[in-house]
Design a protein around this ligand. Structure first.
Ligand code: ATP
Ligand code: MG
Length: 561
């Protein structure tokens, strides 16, 4: 770890933990949790929270639970639970305990009765609109509910009947009795329980007619699990007083503390479950795991390695100030990781036929190619070379446009990677003047040797025409074409979608790639990093996703290059 990375890894939350440990708090234990609601797929913002919570548990020899915050049965499902588990494991973390807030429903109910008996909670019959009226505003205090002074006996009776399903959804709630004039609106007698009759819960089925609210559930679940440091994003800062009120006003088994950090906002994308849901439902992308999506499932399918995501989360650090993180930072983490780990291969994305007229017909040579230029341990493979090849259309022009042009020209020479130097003798055109084939000759003395008496600077990649495997190549790019989608005034964020975020082409890949396993990642030399699509690729019909280009092609456009 560099000094810079070490500094980023040592964030303000770790300083709090260090201080707590120095003071001997929590018997020297550190316990965190990651608490997603199973109402959608995880995204890169969640990855920040996962790396923070699980990373702290790992580094302090502590524990981290995966807890499903499942108190809204209508919006949640087992499908999301399974996907979240897959994503956390893929990111490289293992939970100590797998929990559901619904595991605690009986216990949470008992805490509620405890609050009622202590005169700290009451059943309120105001409807939603009346509740809003009574709540007051930021500048005006609220008014007490006419039901606030119900006796503990009456409240207990009503609450038990709420549980028994005697009342219709929305007719009554249980509220904490705190302070309707509190400057912090969260403390103005917040709702603890609401009635949801007939909702089928993915874990508890039809067992409950009442469901606890988020703040209440969250604080007390932390206390029940013995969480020491409850980490959440800044929008919950105003809820901390309520969090403290809950854990201090019931006989909780432990006393957790909440700390807030800034959520991740990332350039050229959106990180909110609501907007991501709209992208899927409105057909702007194909699915939750569409490789353009910033979901964990999407970036996995795109080919981002999990270590690149962890590296990114370390580099962005954890602070208290919201900001927009440069996408280039994420992309550079991906490039660095793939540069070190991805085997090289040759693939021609826009094929142009080359016939080597002086190469014997029917002859095939197996050329030896290194799988990685800087890592010998990755070994070598062979690539068949024959009389008819494909090169990329972009690697040939009849006349060099400038002195920097090192690729093939009419009459010019170029080296074929891992093979010979060739010269282009003729460009064959169709009736419309399009170049359809190049007729070339090769120099047999140039295999692994410089040509005699002349310099050939350019090296291009190629694939043998008869051995190459046709493949679908999906060129993915940023999903939005502005840094902060929807930020401009009166502009819907969807208007900032990049219409060229996906271009599908038909390429030819070297034969070794036909057998590549789903998800396998490669550098297609001179083209970028690609991976085998996990869903659509088959042995007979490989499909490759472009994970990322070799260099940042947006830097120039954005004036950053
Ligand atoms: P969204 O706003 O996308 O709907 P959420 O906060 O409702 O997300 P949860 O499932 O409740 O989603 O989130 C689980 C955990 O992940 C929470 O602790 C939350 O603070 C954290 N989290 C969510 N989004 C981000 C983000 N962009 N950056 C950092 N942490 C996040
Ligand atoms: Mg949430």
């Amino acid at each position: 770890m560099s000094n810079q990375e070490a500094a980023a890894a040592s964030n303000f939350i770790r300083q709090i933990i260090d201080r707590d440990l120095a003071e001997g708090k929590n018997d020297g234990k550190v316990a965190t949790r990651f608490p997603p609601e199973p109402n959608g797929y995880l995204h890169l913002g969640h990855a920040k929270s996962i790396c923070l919570n699980f990373g702290i548990a790992r580094d302090y020899n502590g524990t981290c639970n995966l807890r499903f915050d499942d108190t809204n049965p209508e919006k949640e499902s087992q499908e999301y639970i399974d996907a979240i588990k897959t994503d956390v494991l893929w990111l490289g973390y293992e939970w100590d305990r797998l929990c559901h807030a619904s595991d605690y429903f009986e216990q949470l109910y008992a805490f509620a009765e405890e609050l009622i008996r202590a005169g700290k909670a009451y059943v309120c019959d105001l409807n939603a609109e009346q509740m809003r009226e009574y709540r007051g505003t930021l500048t005006e205090p609220g008014k007490n509910s006419p039901y606030r002074e119900r006796s503990a006996e009456e409240n207990l009776d009503l609450f038990r009947r709420m549980r028994a399903g005697e009342f219709d959804s929305g007719t009554r709630v249980l509220r904490a009795k705190i302070d309707m004039a509190a400057p912090n609106i969260n403390l103005r007698d917040p709702t603890l329980y609401r009635i949801r009759k007939g909702a089928a819960h993915h874990q508890t089925g039809e067992a409950w007619a009442i469901y606890p609210m988020y703040d209440y559930t969250h604080a007390l679940s932390d206390a029940l699990e013995g969480i020491t440091h409850s980490l959440c994003t800044l929008e919950f800062e105003d809820h901390r007083a309520l969090y403290d009120w809950f854990v201090e006003n019931v006989d909780a088994p432990s006393r957790p503390y909440q700390y807030e950090f800034a959520r991740l906002n990332l350039e050229y994308t959106v990180l909110s479950k609501r907007k991501l849901t709209e992208l899927v439902n409105e057909g702007h992308v194909k699915s939750w795991d569409d490789p353009r999506m910033p979901t964990i499932a999407g970036i996995r399918r795109r080919g981002f390695p999990p270590e690149a995501i962890r590296d990114f989360c370390t580099r962005i650090g954890v602070t208290k100030s919201d900001g927009l993180v440069e996408i280039a930072m994420l992309e550079n983490c991906v490039r660095e990781s793939l540069d070190a780990t991805a085997p090289r291969a040759m693939a021609v994305l826009r094929p142009l036929k080359v016939v080597i007229t002086n190469y014997p017909e029917g002859q095939v040579e197996e050329m030896t190619a290194a799988n990685h230029p800087k890592d010998q341990s990755m070994g070598t493979r062979t690539v068949p070379f024959s009389r008819e090849l494909y090169i990329d259309q972009g690697d040939f022009v009849e006349v060099a446009p400038n002195k920097k042009w090192k690729r093939l020209t009419l009459g010019g020479e170029v080296r074929l990677r891992n093979a010979y130097v060739i010269r282009c003798d003729e460009a064959v055109k169709d009736a419309d003047g399009n170049i359809v084939e190049l007729r070339c000759s090769y120099d047999p003395d140039t295999l692994g040797a410089n040509p005699e008496g002349r310099k050939v600077k350019g090296v291009i990649h190629w694939v043998s025409a008869s051995h190459g495997v046709p493949a679908e190549i999906r060129l993915y790019d940023r999903l939005f074409n502005v840094e902060n989608p929807g930020a401009a005034k009166d502009r819907d964020w969807r208007q900032d979608l990049n219409p060229e975020s996906l271009v599908v082409i038909e390429g030819v890949v070297e034969p070794s790639l036909a057998q590549a396993a789903a998800g396998a990642r490669f550098q297609f030399e001179r083209e970028g990093y690609f991976c085998v699509d996990r869903k659509d690729s088959t042995t007979g019909r490989p499909v490759f996703n472009r994970t990322i280009t070799l260099r940042d092609t947006w830097a120039k456009i954005a004036g950053k290059g």
